[in-house]
Write a protein that binds this ligand. Structure first.
Ligand SMILES: [Zn+2]
Ligand SMILES: [Zn+2]
Length: 365
């Protein structure tokens, strides 16, 4: 099969690799249809690591994917060949204290798709995964939507963790795909005033299209002062979806006493700092969001029911052979890119004329 291998910093090569074989009774062989390029893939691409997770070359990254079941192991009851699925990239052991306590996402023996030293990623034609990782999607979802289910599940989980009350004042610092998925999830969940910031104006335009009440660019204005004018008491919750020191500082400064900063973004550095006097005096809470927990099915529901429209997030399409261009584009944040989707297998003709028009457009990119 063909796969896209990371072979060095900012170097990707399409190579032939042996196709994986179905071995376990509870596994499925998947044909990968589409893969979304994620910010975390960018860390591996440009720096070769996230924290202690260091890439050993050659390595296949990619974990946001939509797939079709080719073959299911003997004990798999939930899936059958031909079914389209959204993939949860986390493989948990199911045995440890965390798994038993309902925290599969912090499983002590976890392996993650496209994570160095764990499982080779999805930028390949075929993949074998436990059936538990796959949730069927209705035919009304196209492959792009099924691909964005994974980042949307992170937004759903972050919104859930924030326990927002109706009328909450909410900040989202960073309007990339994860910030926008968080915005869509909050919008679908509760009535709230949502303030969104980003350094790129085109991302703010998409945030407004996704339901932000106010947007601001810290390159052009003091966003903390501007939001303070609109919400003088401060915000209940701020989601950091940027992972930069400056963004974390802004997040803390925007909070009301007793408010919470949810750290969803992945900082490039191993250490960040907080103004301990602010945190202490106002009893601010810092909550960390580790991907998501059991939020794939709710995310599929949000998309299928039309309560979350993820389509404005998908800005670019590429073929597997064009993976290097896709990664360069996302890394440079050029051309208004938000979610770039790489098509691995030809699109199945199961959907209506609207998606055909879209896939036609995709070929033009
Ligand atoms: Zn991701
Ligand atoms: Zn476990």
């Amino acid at each position: 099969m063909k796969a896209a291998f990371l072979i060095g910093l900012r170097q990707i090569e399409i190579r032939e690799a042996p196709a994986p074989r179905l071995e376990g009774q509870r596994e499925v062989l998947l044909r990968i249809n589409t893969v979304g390029v994620c910010g975390s893939d960018m860390h591996y691409y440009t720096r070769g690591r996230i924290g202690a997770q260091v890439v050993q070359y050659p390595f296949i990254v990619g974990h946001e994917c939509a797939a079709t079941v080719v073959e299911a192991g003997g004990e798999v009851r939930s899936l059958r060949a031909g079914q389209r699925v959204a993939v949860d990239p986390l493989v948990a052991c199911g045995q440890c204290d965390q798994c038993r306590g309902g925290r599969r996402h912090t499983c002590r023996n976890q392996r993650f798709l496209g994570c160095p030293g764990q499982i080779a990623g999805a930028l390949a034609e075929y993949l074998v995964l436990p059936a538990d990782c796959c949730t069927p999607v209705p035919d009304s979802l196209d492959d792009d939507q099924a691909t964005v289910v994974e980042p949307l599940s992170i937004g759903v989980y972050a919104a859930q963790m924030a326990q927002l009350a109706p009328g909450a004042r909410v900040g989202i610092v960073g309007s990339g795909p994860i910030g926008l998925c968080t915005l869509l999830a909050i919008r679908a969940q509760v009535r709230a005033a949502i303030y969104v910031t980003d350094l790129l104006d085109e991302r703010l335009a998409v945030a407004r299209a996704c339901g932000a009440d106010w947007t601001g660019n810290p390159r052009r204005e003091d966003v903390v002062a501007a939001i303070r004018r609109l919400a003088p008491l401060g915000l209940d919750v701020v989601f950091d979806c940027a992972g930069e020191q400056e963004a974390l500082d802004q997040g803390v400064e925007l909070l009301e006493p007793g408010g919470a900063l949810l750290v969803v973004g992945i900082p490039e550095v191993n250490r960040v700092s907080f103004d301990i006097n602010l945190l202490r005096r106002y009893e601010l809470r810092i909550l960390n969001v580790r991907r998501q927990n059991e939020c794939v099915a709710p995310a599929i529901d949000l998309v299928a029911s039309g309560r979350a429209d993820v389509r404005p997030l998908v800005t670019h399409h590429f073929r597997l052979e064009e993976t290097p261009q896709a990664f360069e584009l996302v890394s440079a944040r050029r051309d208004g890119v938000l979610k770039a989707i790489i098509r691995i297998s030809p699109e199945e003709q199961v959907r209506g004329p609207e998606s055909e028009v879209r896939s036609q457009k995709a070929k033009d990119c």
